[in-house]
Design a protein around this ligand. Structure first.
Ligand code: MN
Length: 208
């Protein structure tokens, strides 16, 4: 994804229907084409009149919200977060999913959560416990320590002082068309499309 203004909607790295039946085509079309696009447009609109911000990359903007002009702080938090989170989310799903973690990450999950099944249960609980709109994340620090965290709205995890490994969007717009109110079924099915190879790359990046 382009890292500075003007931000652009990155292409979906697979076909809209490629994650069927777990994430449906219509949801992907609306979620990527409309919701994600709106975060991009609104972020650009917020910083358009501030040329001094045009060279700053998205992570830098999000990590320094307090330094922004007050009139755009909330817009950048919500829409910049929306851009960051959705870019990550669509990239951490794949039609060629392995179904379970690999490499160093697989080992770390076993060591730190007991087993992949135990991890999944804990992550599922976190995703269900996020009241209203938000996200559940698996993140890692530079020592390889894993942590499950949730964020409300479009907030980013721990101010991006950690590296995201996987993330699920639990806004209703991410699942309501197929799953209606059954967020738990969405979370369970979503595990079938997690890109564990990419997650492993993220984990190795965290420790560099
Ligand atoms: Mn979303």
């Amino acid at each position: 994804m382009k890292k500075t203004y003007p931000f652009e909607l990155p292409a979906l790295p697979y076909a809209y229907d490629a994650l069927e039946p777990y994430v449906d085509k219509e949801t992907n079309m609306l979620h990527h084409g409309k919701h994600f696009q709106a975060y991009v447009n609104n972020l650009n609109a917020a910083i358009e009149k501030y040329p001094e911000l045009h060279q700053k990359d998205l992570v830098e903007l999000l990590q320094n919200l307090d330094a922004l002009p007050t009139e755009i702080r909330t817009a950048v938090r919500n829409n910049g977060g929306g851009v960051y989170n959705h870019d990550f989310y669509f990239g951490i799903m794949t039609p060629n999913a392995l179904g379970k973690p690999v490499g160093k990450l697989a080992k770390a999950i076993d060591e730190q959560f007991g087993s992949f099944e135990a991890f999944k249960e804990k992550f599922h609980k976190a995703a269900l416990s996020q009241f209203g709109s938000g996200w559940a994340w698996l993140v890692a620090d530079k020592d390889g320590k894993l942590q499950i965290v949730t964020t409300p709205n479009q907030d980013v995890p721990l101010n991006l002082t950690v590296t995201p490994i996987i993330a699920i969007d639990v806004w209703e717009h991410a699942y309501y068309l197929r799953y209606q109110n059954r967020r738990g079924d969405y979370v369970l099915n979503w595990f079938n499309v997690v890109n564990w190879e990419k997650a492993e790359e993220q984990y190795q990046k965290a420790m560099k």
